[in-house]
Design a protein around this ligand. Structure first.
Ligand SMILES: Cc1ncc(COP(=O)(O)O)c(C=O)c1O
Length: 502
């Protein structure tokens, strides 16, 4: 028997005691402030001192503020200086249930869960006796339809990286006519990074002309398919792989239906051209695409675009890999964003991380490697993350959080449309699904000013692409939070508008 008291995480009792139900009728309970509280400039003096301390040890130019996790609750992030902000960015879109959700704070109460926390296994070699049932009961319980295989990974980049490897393995097997054995020459040349053992094969990804394009991570394989900012890629050797064009739509969509359909056609024709052009040089074994290009600027493509793309991949024997690292686990109002696309058959692989708490990918059985150790690393994920994910998925279900996302999304989107009418010189192109929403600002400089002013007024927001602001609240963001956000955004835009007139 483990002595639980010794290792039980300390519960912030103040938070737990004061949790209340949502006014809207959703039962998830959170004690939150009723509004943001801003006491200092942000970053304030304490955050600045911590920054200095950290900067002596590592490059930390990306740090915005230091989080006080004890005082953060629900949709509100508290910082080192006692400021409490409505968080619409949620640790880069990775908090499914906000801060200090009571069900997560008590997720590690039984001995077997605590054992999973303290005994981290090498999952590919010595998994715990309950691992197969955890994979089935937790991860497969929300698997995209038709994908019966799942591999766990450490982060979004390595989920993609390994999905690409699975695509290459399948492509090579097909090329060998189904054979799963290797020649002497293949084995020898593989160790020298040369064909035929290390073949010239490629993964197609998408740039967005005039905008920033795909983001699939920063490890070498995933980085080769990332097409957003140069700073992510500079100085690193990379694979010369094909890059297709992601549609660039005009908004509002209803007004530019014909133009946007033409855009789809043009981009799909180019995908076909690339398949042909790369056949000799480096055949395309897989196509990776985000259902919504997120870091690149929340660039959307139509369901019809994805349906056609799937057909083209199938016709060319390439795997269609949907990167749902940012869109997965509910923020669009469905568990997986691609469920909005009515694909005639399942995609070949779907990668995940962020709100799923563990990285990994789902795949069709065809993508299971015939040999061990080909998709592998020491930890292969972390069982304790599945314990938390189990809780998250139960809360999503019992508290009907996908309905809440849709309801809050409607309030937000409607309010954003009102604001784009009110401030047409500042914001435009409101778009998105569920609470996975965004809008463009007339310039990058003004966008950054809006984000800074929002912060001063009590809202932590995220940016993406050239000049977009993205909303990435957690799944417990309710209509009342949407109202607060819209109220503060209006105040912010008024302030900036007046400033511009003076
Ligand atoms: C769509 C997408 N794919 C992959 C990644 C990489 O995930 P990670 O940062 O966990 O490696 C991200 C990260 O933002 C992402 O948004």
């Amino acid at each position: 028997m483990l002595r639980r008291a010794a290792i039980k995480p300390a519960l912030p009792t103040v938070v737990l005691k004061e949790f209340r139900g949502y006014a809207s009728g959703y039962s998830t309970e959170h004690k939150e402030p009723s509004r943001p509280v801003v006491k200092t400039e942000i970053p304030g003096p304490k955050s600045k001192a911590l920054f200095k301390e950290m900067d002596a040890i590592q490059q930390c130019g990306s740090v915005q503020l230091f989080t006080d996790f004890e005082k953060s609750a629900g949709n509100y992030i508290a910082d080192a200086d006692g400021n409490i902000l409505l968080d619409t960015y949620t640790q880069i879109s990775s908090l499914p249930l906000g801060y200090n959700h009571p069900k997560l704070l008590t997720a590690f109460q039984n001995d077997s869960d605590i054992r999973a926390l303290v005994n981290r296994p090498a999952l590919g070699v010595f998994p715990a006796v309950d691992w197969p049932s955890k994979l089935r009961d937790v991860l497969l319980s929300v698997a995209p339809e038709g994908l019966t295989q799942v591999m766990t990974m450490m982060c979004g980049a390595c989920s993609n990286e390994n999905a690409y490897k699975a695509a290459f393995i399948r492509y090579a097997i097909n090329k060998r006519g189904g054979a799963t054995t290797f020649t002497e020459e293949e084995m020898k040349s593989a160790l020298e990074n040369k064909p035929p053992g290390a073949p010239n094969l490629s993964i197609m990804s998408f740039k967005a002309p005039l905008l920033q394009g795909a983001f699939h991570g920063r490890t070498f394989g995933s980085l080769a398919t990332t097409r957003s900012k140069a700073i992510h890629k500079l100085d690193f050797p990379s694979f010369d792989w094909p890059v297709a064009m992601f549609p660039h739509y005009r908004y509002p969509l209803e007004e530019f239906k014909c133009e946007n359909e033409q855009e789809d056609k043009k981009c799909l024709a180019y995908v076909c051209e690339l398949f042909e052009a790369w056949q000799q040089k480096s055949p395309i074994a897989g196509v990776v695409i985000e259902p919504i290009q997120s870091e690149g600027g929340d660039n959307h493509a139509s369901p019809e675009f994805f349906q056609e793309l799937q057909k083209i991949c199938a016709a060319n024997g390439a795997a269609l890999i949907l990167d749902e690292v940012q869109t997965g686990c509910g923020p669009t109002g469905k568990m997986w964003c691609h469920e909005h696309f009515n694909l005639p058959c399942p995609p070949d692989m779907v990668t995940f991380s962020k709100k799923m708490l563990t990285g990994g990918y789902y795949a069709k059985p065809l993508y299971k490697p015939p040999q061990a150790f080909r998709i592998f690393n020491t930890w292969m994920g972390d069982p304790s993350k599945l314990t938390m994910l189990d809780t998250v998925l139960k809360v999503i279900k019992t508290d009907k959080l996908l309905d809440l996302v849709q309801e809050s999304g409607r309030v937000l989107k409607c309010g954003l449309h009102d604001l784009e009418c009110e401030f047409p010189n500042i914001i435009n192109s409101v778009r998105g699904r569920g609470t996975f929403l965004s809008f463009d600002v007339s310039s990058a400089a003004l966008r950054d000013k809006i984000i800074a002013t929002l912060k001063k007024n009590g809202v932590l927001g995220g940016t993406c692409g050239n000049a977009a602001i993205r909303l990435r609240p957690s799944l417990i963001f309710a209509p009342k939070h949407a109202e607060i956000y819209l109220d503060i955004l209006r105040k912010t835009l008024q302030e900036l508008n007046q400033g511009a007139k003076c």
